[in-house]
Design a protein around this ligand. Structure first.
Ligand SMILES: [Zn+2]
Length: 226
């Protein structure tokens, strides 16, 4: 029992450090302003997650002030209130067992697409690689209940995309790990920007569905170092 408890403490300590560190990536990638945006990670094999505290400056985020919650959003460990998006993160973990990390931002170009409620069409090979198709839009939902989480999960279940734009709000991304979810948030903003710019110049050309599927498969299964 003592061994299990110390293992759990060590695992949580490691995850606190990782989640704190990933918030710096949101800043470095220009995805967040002020205190908006958040990353969480599920502690594998448990019903616990580590998430950013609410309303704390990015400069002051460290492993010590990350908040540990259960998957109903209740605080288990930590002296600060968790992110106001905790209910959405918790809902996603409860309903998508393969998800180990969730990221939410108000990054400019993704929010601009969300404000119009328009899915981002798959017109770039980089989109086919990462998203396997369009980035879908989830219906408008108010913050604080399960509504946002439900909108995100219902939309992602019909899509290959790890990113969804909640209408009038912004992107939520998922990944096998929190780092994967942050990467999807970075790529989401990048392609929203590129497709927006393309639109200013004319109508972007579609990519054939078979080619999208082929690109997605190659990138997901064969890209990078073996
Ligand atoms: Zn938000």
């Amino acid at each position: 029992m003592t061994t299990r408890s110390s293992d759990l403490t060590a695992a949580l300590g490691h995850l606190r450090a990782e989640v704190a560190h990933l918030h710096a990536d949101l800043v470095r990638s220009g995805l967040v302003v002020w205190t908006a945006g958040n990353v969480s990670a599920r502690l594998p094999g448990t019903d616990l997650m580590v998430i950013k505290p609410s309303g704390v400056d990015y400069d002051h985020l460290g492993p010590e002030n990350m908040v540990v919650c259960d998957l109903d959003g209740n605080v288990v460990e930590g002296g600060l209130a968790p992110s106001s998006d905790t209910a959405a993160h918790a809902y996603i973990y409860r309903h998508l067992p393969h998800v180990g990390g969730v990221t939410h931002t108000h990054s400019t170009y993704a929010v601009a697409w969300a404000a119009r409620g328009e899915a981002v069409p798959c017109v770039l090979t980089a989109m086919a690689d990462e998203f396997g198709g369009a980035i879908p839009v989830a219906p408008f939902a108010l913050i604080g209940s399960d509504a946002i989480g439900r909108a995100v999960v219902d939309t992602l279940c019909g899509s290959t995309s790890p990113a969804v734009l909640v209408q009038n709000h912004g992107p939520f991304t998922i990944g096998r790990t929190a780092r994967d979810a942050v990467k999807a948030a970075v790529m989401c903003e990048d392609v929203c920007r590129s497709v927006h710019i393309a639109r200013q110049l004319g109508e972007p050309l579609p990519i054939a569905p078979d080619d999208i599927a082929s690109l997605h498969d190659r990138y997901q299964h064969h890209y990078g170092q073996p």
